[in-house]
Design a protein around this ligand. Structure first.
Ligand code: ATP
Ligand code: MG
Length: 405
């Protein structure tokens, strides 16, 4: 089977043919060496952005001034970045200037952690100038050069360090941990969006408990939206089995459930989450509340929740109550969902026009109420979702309706 590196090899070959150096770098090399699933394959090269644009026919300029050009090859996008050094960091978060350089080693030196600072050539030879492999064996996150300096340059690296402990199940080197404790306040300079991205990855990782303990130990919570002074709340999360979750919606539902912020909306907005995500979390929480009190999925509740929410909420409920049964429980909810006659209003076999016509009545508030009654009767299988059946059923009980509408 072709690996993502095989697929990207022609890009390296082409750069070589034009007289430039080019290597696979960063997370893909790390994940390959760890035997983990490989994400995006990033490429570092001695070619300048202008050269990259000339060599490849399909490119997107996403930041030539920083040296990054996206090359599209066989429908896939690859970030191709010119070797660079960064200097004069401003506000603990971004380099004031970048210099294009000619040395692979110096390009790798600017990277955050030793395990992320390795390169690999097309033959699979690994270039490891900063003990990346050794730290991998020791399962250690350690910055390239002094942690204090690297965190002062870019404070986000502290959150990245924690997220990698969770994702890879690694520990922090003691020097790296001490530097985080010391420089944690610099996280104030980091934008919410960048924090959110790292925290989501952290909670979707393998060993969330380890990362939570470090967050508490290093007082990172004081610099996270809605969590100032929240060591207790964070502690409550540490026994939850996060790896069973399958989406960001589920993740934020669980975070709100355990953290119980003063207002759900205020908390989620502080993290600058999308309206769509916030809406889903609200819905998940309201249904979760119901099934935690009474763990029975009635047909009406399943219908009200809808398939996505029902499955997510059952997954969360099962993780809370009995993680061994997640699969079975979720499968049961799925099959109950499949047995529902309809999953939303638009599938009803009648509409307002039909009712006005059949009952020969002027439209009015009665209409919405009646549609709701019919909808309920369909879900409860009191009537089949067929126009003729509904009409018959309606006329048979029209006397009841007459009284109540
Ligand atoms: P992921 O699997 O989440 O993509 P990654 O290690 O590939 O992890 P990216 O954010 O894609 O992380 O960054 C790619 C590479 O760029 C990293 O492996 C690292 O070498 C370097 N890098 C990313 N962010 C920083 C940073 N803030 N400071 C220094 N180097 C960084
Ligand atoms: Mg990456």
């Amino acid at each position: 089977m072709e690996t993502p590196f095989d697929e990207a090899k022609p890009i390296l070959d082409k750069l070589h043919q034009s007289g430039f150096e080019a290597y696979f770098v960063g997370g893909a090399v790390r994940d390959f060496l760890l035997g983990r699933e490989i994400g995006d394959v990033d490429i570092a090269t001695s070619a300048k952005p202008e050269d990259i644009k000339n060599i490849f026919s399909k490119t997107i300029d996403v930041g030539a001034e920083h040296g990054t050009i996206i090359v599209i090859h066989e429908g896939e996008q690859y970030e191709v970045t010119t070797y660079r050094a960064e200097s004069d960091y401003e506000d603990f978060r971004r380099p004031k200037s970048v210099q294009f350089i000619t040395s692979l080693k110096e390009d790798l030196r600017r990277r955050d952690f030793t395990i992320n600072a390795m390169a690999m050539d097309v033959k699979g030879n690994v270039f490891d100038y900063f003990h990346g492999k050794e730290h991998m064996k020791q399962k250690l996150i350690h910055t390239v050069d002094s942690p204090s300096e690297r965190f002062t340059e870019d404070a986000l690296r502290m959150l990245r360090a924690l997220r990698f402990t969770s994702q890879l199940n690694f520990t922090l080197s003691s020097e790296t941990e001490e530097a985080i404790e010391h420089h944690v306040h610099l996280l104030d300079a980091i934008s919410v969006e960048r924090k959110t991205a790292e925290i989501e990855k952290l909670f979707m990782g393998e060993n969330v408990k380890l990362a939570i303990n470090l967050m508490i130990q290093c007082k990172v919570y004081n610099y996270l939206p809605g969590l100032v002074g929240g060591n207790m709340q964070l502690g409550r999360l540490s026994s939850f089995q996060f790896p069973y979750l399958t989406s960001k919606e589920e993740l934020w539902t669980v975070l709100v459930y355990f953290i119980s912020p003063p207002t759900i909306d205020g908390f989620l907005r502080k993290w600058k989450l999308s309206n769509k995500l916030i809406k889903s979390v609200h819905k998940n929480l309201s249904i979760l509340d119901v099934v935690l009190k009474n763990p029975v999925w009635t047909d009406l509740l399943l219908y009200k929740a809808g398939p996505d929410t029902a499955v997510s909420v059952e997954r969360i409920r099962s993780i809370l109550i009995n993680p061994e049964q997640i699969k079975e429980n979720v499968a049961r909810v799925r099959s109950s969902l499949n047995l529902l006659p309809i999953t939303n209003k638009s599938q009803m076999a009648v509409n307002g026009h039909d009712l006005v016509h059949w009952l020969n009545k002027e439209p009015g508030p009665w209409l919405a109420k009646m549609i709701e009654e019919i909808e309920k009767a369909i879900i409860l299988k009191e009537v089949q979702n067929k126009s003729t059946e509904i009409k018959e059923w309606l006329l048979a009980c029209s006397r009841d309706f007459d009284q109540s509408y």
